[in-house]
Design a protein around this ligand. Structure first.
Ligand SMILES: *Cc1c(COP(=O)(O)O)cnc(C)c1O
Length: 370
């Protein structure tokens, strides 16, 4: 057997390039606290994404938590249970109540037609997720938020590098959070960023990530520590130079999956809606056991036995996690609950060769083996 294939593999810039990049850090002895790399990375991100304001964080989760806090949200927040637990934890850890909205069957993003029924006088915001890089129906969500005076904060952890309707993914809502974790399309080892419109929100974010410190003698808020360090920023700067190439390689593998698996009865590959310039972050496949003859868990086990690490993203729903038992109820979002039992994300990363994709597809399609 060849070496195991995991669901993703972190992209690495050429070693020499990274070493060249970090050499000046040895001369400066400046390792963190908004140094030159931090500032350069921020500027290059603004340019790359075509947005005016970005704040950097040590990771995506802290960016979520601190943005929710900086927005001054209260009471209830309408969100999706079909996401990584981080989204729900960030709401709960801010002392707020997540109210779970069901998802659209076609792309698994929040279903805008179900939002208004969930709004109460305690609702302060909508926190949707561009899950798998599938961009939410941003226009419909914006219209509802305007009508009811709610803030919109997108968890865009999966969507870095995308455009929708010609607009940057970082431009939607009041703010959008990106994760630069090692397992994401683009990474700074660990890292996160928030794109926002209101400079006052930016000030609040900066304070929160740096202990509330405004200047040497002025501490103006009860902040914490979520600063991105210089090595993270240097990795981000290197990876940004190679991003287009990486996305191109992912696209090649993704198209091969589509060639091999689309049109097979009982398998549905989730693809982004029209108008999306995709980053090919994930390859989610939905298995209808009655039609395909094998269910998601069987396919997962079959791949696992051959050293292939597909993942059940996202199972369980965040509302079904052990820590939330008795507090939240997954049956209230039936489309999401069903999705969580049917979806499997197949391996997809820049170094995944066509032969690997073919082997994975052969295992998925061969119902007799094992
Ligand atoms: C990865 C991820 C996060 C958390 O980001 P980290 O950088 O790992 O802290 C939040 N939400 C979603 C949807 C994610 O996939």
């Amino acid at each position: 057997m060849k070496k195991p294939i995991l669901v993703t593999r972190s992209s690495m810039p050429p070693l020499e390039e990274f070493i060249e990049e970090i050499k000046p850090i040895w001369e400066s002895h400046w390792l963190t606290n908004m140094g030159v790399y931090h500032e350069r990375f921020k500027e290059e991100l603004n340019q790359y994404m075509g947005v005016d304001h970005t704040e950097l964080f040590v990771n995506g989760h802290m960016a979520l938590e601190m943005t929710i806090q900086a927005m001054g949200l209260t009471g209830e927040v309408i969100t999706t249970p079909f996401t990584f637990v981080s989204t729900t934890h960030a709401i709960v850890r801010n002392g707020l109540m997540p109210v779970f909205c069901d998802i659209r069957p076609e792309d698994f993003t929040m279903d805008p037609s179900r939002i208004e029924a969930l709004i109460t006088e305690r609702t302060s915001a909508i926190i949707p997720v561009h899950v798998y890089g599938n961009i939410c129906d941003v226009d419909a969500i914006e219209a509802i938020a305007r009508k009811h005076g709610l803030k919109v904060f997108y968890d865009a952890a999966h969507a870095f590098g995308e455009r929708y309707d010609g607009k940057s993914v970082g431009s939607f809502g009041d703010a959008s959070m990106f994760s630069f974790h090692a397992t994401k399309v683009f990474h700074s080892i660990e890292g996160g960023a928030v794109c926002y419109h209101d400079p006052a929100l930016g000030k609040e974010l900066y304070k929160l990530k740096n202990f509330g410190i405004l200047s040497e003698e002025v501490v103006d808020g009860v902040g914490a520590n979520a600063k991105m360090n210089e090595f993270q920023a240097a990795m981000g700067l290197c990876n940004l130079r190679h991003l287009e190439e990486e996305i191109g390689k992912r696209k090649k593998a993704a198209l091969r999956y589509q060639e091999r698996l689309s049109g097979i009865p009982g398998i549905r590959l989730l693809t982004p809606s029209a108008g999306t310039e995709s980053n090919y972050a994930y390859m989610p496949a939905v298995f209808d056991e009655e039609v395909f003859g094998a269910g998601r868990d069987e396919i997962y086990n079959r791949l696992k036995a051959r050293g292939i690490g597909a993942r059940k993203y996202f199972y369980p729903l965040t509302s079904a996690c052990d820590c939330y038992r008795g507090r939240f109820f997954p049956e209230e979002t039936p489309v999401a609950l069903k999705a969580s039992h049917q979806v499997l994300t197949l391996p997809l990363f820049a170094g995944l060769e066509t032969d690997d994709v073919d082997m994975i597809c052969d295992i998925v399609l061969n119902r007799k083996e094992i």
